[in-house]
Design a protein around this ligand. Structure first.
Ligand code: ADP
Length: 446
């Protein structure tokens, strides 16, 4: 087993990883930018190393400094968390070269899955159903037009390197295609350094349902059921729940099997997520695979009583998995609390938290790195807490969430708590009747 793990991340996920390491008797090293010197992950880790100034490219994405931090502290493994370097095959390869275990996918697995257009090719070969679309990357807008005629409008053009909903445009008619193609490609070039695009049929009013998988170093892959992440704003997840209100035992079997096929196709090692779009007829289509731990992993942990970070560490250390699939025993919901103003177009609201009271009680879990007096830096993403509730039934989990959000006091910055409070009372949401279009007709002031 590893003696010391360096956590190449910040915020709640860095704390989350430190907690599991402590339970496993593994020492931890935090890395931080100067903007994060007063962060809890720095205080809670056994050791901490400053790796650069606030911009991510100079700190949390600064590979030489992270490797150096690992070497001076004698850490034998790196946990990348999510975002930053978690799906960077170059980084995974550099770790290998330095004899540092990367707690995540191998460079080959990341290359096969991290590039979304490549991933679709791999999935088609493995007979996992995919959204109809371009075979590989698009050369230009003209070629895109030809393919759009074949598959029929609406279509969605997507950046192969995309993430977080960026570099993506829905196109309803041919006149709009060239303009959208250029702007999406430019956006992807600026955000990911790669403007290459591919195209898919735009599935109208789908659900986003993903399957958690785990694979070991010996070729075994299992699934841990689904998460419904259809409540999104601009393709970004706001709330997740498991089981999905749309799920049937039969659909879960079929999707679970497809996700396992996806994992087996790349001999997947570690925990990962296979994302699908599901249409109203319960046809499902592979969208992408994330070769890392996800923000919403706690809801799976709570309904199957399974520590996914511990599992990542065990798999990386060469421990075999049992190979059996896991099914939800409870219902869990996660609300992502962001420092944003939901009454003002979800505009970011960084700043100092003056007063803080976090909820507690039966069936409530808070994953967060904030404290009273903490200043949220403007340099990173705006999520400040995840509130997770679990109960025997969906109704109870929702009641608990309403109760917990009602207790949550954050003063000094604006947060999305009022949005989630309103969501928990929404008639359609209460019926479980929602798709990725939900937010388009949602009125916060109602
Ligand atoms: P990202 O990696 O940026 O999150 P994804 O490929 O996961 O991008 O897509 C994010 C969201 O965009 C999906 O959850 C879904 O709401 C929407 N989306 C993506 N592809 C399609 C499609 N072919 N049809 C309809 N909606 C789509």
């Amino acid at each position: 087993m590893f003696k010391k793990i360096l956590i190449a991340n910040r915020g709640e996920i860095a704390l989350r990883i430190i907690r599991t390491c402590r339970e496993m008797g593994i020492k931890t090293v935090a890395v931080y930018s100067t903007a994060d010197k007063d962060s809890l992950h720095v205080k809670f880790a056994d050791e901490a190393v400053c790796i650069g100034p606030p911009p991510s490219k100079d700190s949390y994405l600064n590979i030489p400094n992270i490797i150096a931090a690992c070497e001076i502290t004698n850490a034998d493994a790196i946990h990348p968390g999510y975002g930053f370097l978690s799906e960077n095959s170059k980084f995974s390869r550099i770790c290998q070269k330095h004899n540092i275990k990367f707690i995540g996918a191998t460079p080959e697995q990341i290359d096969a899955m991290g590039d979304k257009s490549n991933a679709k090719d791999t999935m088609l070969k493995a007979e996992v159903p995919c959204v109809p679309g371009s075979a590989g990357l698009l050369a230009d807008a003209e070629q895109a037009k030809g393919i759009a005629i074949e598959i029929g409008y609406p279509v969605i053009i997507k950046a192969t390197a995309g993430g977080g909903g960026r570099g993506m445009r829905i196109v309803w008619k041919e006149e709009e295609l060239a303009g959208h193609y250029e702007s999406a490609s430019k956006e992807a070039e600026a955000a990911f350094g790669n403007g290459a695009m591919y195209m898919e049929k735009y599935i109208e009013e789908p659900r986003h349902i993903e399957i958690q998988i785990a694979g070991d170093q010996y070729g075994k892959v299992c699934h841990l059921s689904e998460r419904d992440c259809s409540i999104q704003r601009r393709h970004q997840k706001l709330m997740e729940e498991t089981p999905s209100p749309f799920m049937t035992p039969e659909l879960r079997e079929r999707m679970g099997e497809a996700a396992i096929k996806a994992g087996l196709a790349v001999a997947y090692e570690g925990v990962g997520t296979v994302e699908f779009l599901v249409d109203k007829y319960r046809n499902f289509y592979f969208m992408e695979m994330n070769t890392r731990i996800q923000v919403e992993h706690p809801i799976t942990e709570e309904v199957i009583d399974y520590d996914l970070i511990r599992e990542q560490i065990l798999i990386a250390a060469g421990v075999p998995i049992s190979g059996k699939n896991y099914y939800p025993q409870l219902h869990a919901i996660e609300c992502r609390i962001n420092a944003e103003d939901p009454f003002n177009g979800f505009r970011p609201s960084p700043g100092r938290i003056t007063t803080l009271h976090t909820p507690g009680g039966h069936g409530v879990r808070i994953d967060s790195h904030i404290y009273a007096g903490y200043t949220i830096p403007p340099n990173y993403d705006s999520m400040i807490a995840k509130v997770i509730t679990m109960a025997q039934t969906r109704e109870e989990a929702i009641m608990k969430m309403s109760r917990a959000l009602g207790e949550f006091v954050v003063e000094g910055v604006k947060t999305t708590i009022p949005f989630h409070l309103r969501l928990m009372k929404d008639e359609k949401f209460l019926k479980g009747d929602y798709t990725t279009k939900f937010m388009e007709s949602f009125d916060l002031k109602e």
